[in-house]
Design a protein around this ligand. Structure first.
Ligand code: COA
Length: 370
């Protein structure tokens, strides 16, 4: 038995949800480039869950279901008030989503209908949890979700307590579409491994949030912003990046396990970053990002991934960096739940093997003789 480090190139399951073929990302066969420009996030959720686009009445029903499920249990809000201030937002999100199961008496029901209902709840409640966490951290009271608006709109409303601009809703909607699913990425794999034991959907999503938190996965968007803040201004980019490259340190937001010719999502986020910063009349963050890209791509051949330009996009939208990875989760929970439902439909325990590299033929030595 020979191990493949990081399971690179290993095909671990079949799936009909999303594909990366020759550097092209599709959801259910639809090119992400098409979806990023035309689709609402809610249409994409439906597409991922049901395998086809909804007709208007089906979309309206999904919007109603999401609206009706968006409020979170008051007991959970009380728990969240007790979380230490300054705690990592993804750690808090992971705890809150795990706790959600405690307030759902159907948490362990395994029928397909029950799991679809729980997928709707999770999709509807993650934005409410993230907005609530953010407000509690700022010493503000949570704002209840409103009905009849999109997830992007509702999230920004619950975050800031005021109606968001159309532009902000449009930008966030597009970011949510772009992050919704991504074949067998680390967090989706974690979700599938967890539910393949026939554990419940909340456990699967909690595992996925834990995996997404890491800086090599979803945590990279926050790490990009930390880097931009450390650099501080355009004239400092050159020295900062060159020192990192000379020291062989990783530059967050670059590189990808699967895409070697570039992440197809990055160009949409770059354009969004450019457009928003021009509209705002301050292009410094965008200009810094472009210069970093020129240096990293020029010297290492590495291209930006989905996380690189999302950092400047969210910052221009007035979102704090602690929320960047949780926003990724708000989107990716659509993909996680689609994969969990698919796993349940055709389940087999996921239990690979390890190539043993430890000592052999050891004999027990009594403690007084060691
Ligand atoms: N900055 C600098 N060098 C990088 C790099 C980066 N962001 N990403 C990869 N490399 C280099 C590695 O140092 C390694 O060089 P070496 O062969 O000289 O040791 C080589 O490229 C291969 O990298 P490796 O980490 O083995 O690739 P991987 O497929 O295991 O990892 C990522 C993929 C995404 C984890 C990796 O590119 C990375 O850490 N990127 C930064 C984090 C990030 O943006 N994550 C979000 C992904 S969407």
């Amino acid at each position: 038995m020979t191990a493949t480090k990081g399971l690179e190139g290993i095909v671990a399951t079949t799936s009909s949800i999303s594909s990366i073929i020759d550097g092209v990302l599709t959801y259910r066969g639809y090119n992400i480039d098409d979806l990023a420009v035309h689709a609402s996030f809610e249409e994409v959720i439906y597409l991922l869950w049901y395998g086809r686009f909804p007709v208007q009445s089906e979309l309206d029903q999904l919007l109603r279901d999401l609206s009706e499920s968006a409020a979170i249990p008051s007991e959970l809000v009380e728990q969240m008030r007790l979380y230490p201030t300054g705690t990592n937002t993804m750690a808090a999100l992971r705890s809150a989503v795990s706790a959600l199961a405690l307030y759902d008496e159907t948490a362990n029901e395994m029928s397909s209908e029950a799991n679809f209902r729980k997928a709707i709840k999770l999709q509807a409640q993650l934005p409410t949890i993230v907005a609530t966490l953010s407000r509690l951290r700022a010493g503000l009271e949570p704002i209840a979700p409103k009905s009849g608006v999109s997830i992007a709109h509702n999230f920004l409303y619950m975050l800031n307590g005021e109606e968001p601009s159309e532009l902000a809703v449009k930008a966030l909607n597009q970011a949510l579409v772009l992050h919704a699913d991504h074949e067998l990425n680390a967090s989706t794999f974690a979700a599938r491994v967890t539910v393949a034991t026939l554990s419940d959907i909340y456990s699967g999503v909690t595992s996925a949030i834990g995996a997404l938190k890491g800086p090599l996965h979803g945590g990279a968007n926050e790490a990009v912003m930390v880097m931009l803040e450390e650099i501080g201004s355009f004239d400092r980019v050159e020295d900062y990046v060159q020192t990192k490259l000379d020291n062989k340190e990783k530059i967050m937001g670059f590189g990808h396990r699967v895409y070697k010719g570039g992440d197809p999502r990055a160009k949409h986020l770059q354009k969004m970053s450019q457009d928003l910063s021009q509209l705002q009349g301050n292009t410094e963050l965008y200009d810094m990002s472009v210069r970093i890209e020129e240096m990293v791509t020029g010297q290492k051949g590495l291209k930006p991934n989905v996380d690189f330009y999302s950092a400047s996009v969210y910052t221009i939208l007035g979102i704090q960096r602690e929320l960047f990875t949780p926003i990724f989760a708000i989107s990716r929970v659509s993909g996680w739940t689609a994969h969990i439902l698919e796993q349940y439909e055709n389940n087999r325990l996921i239990r690979p093997r390890a190539e043993y590299t430890g000592l052999t033929n050891q004999k027990y030595i009594p403690i007084q003789n060691r």
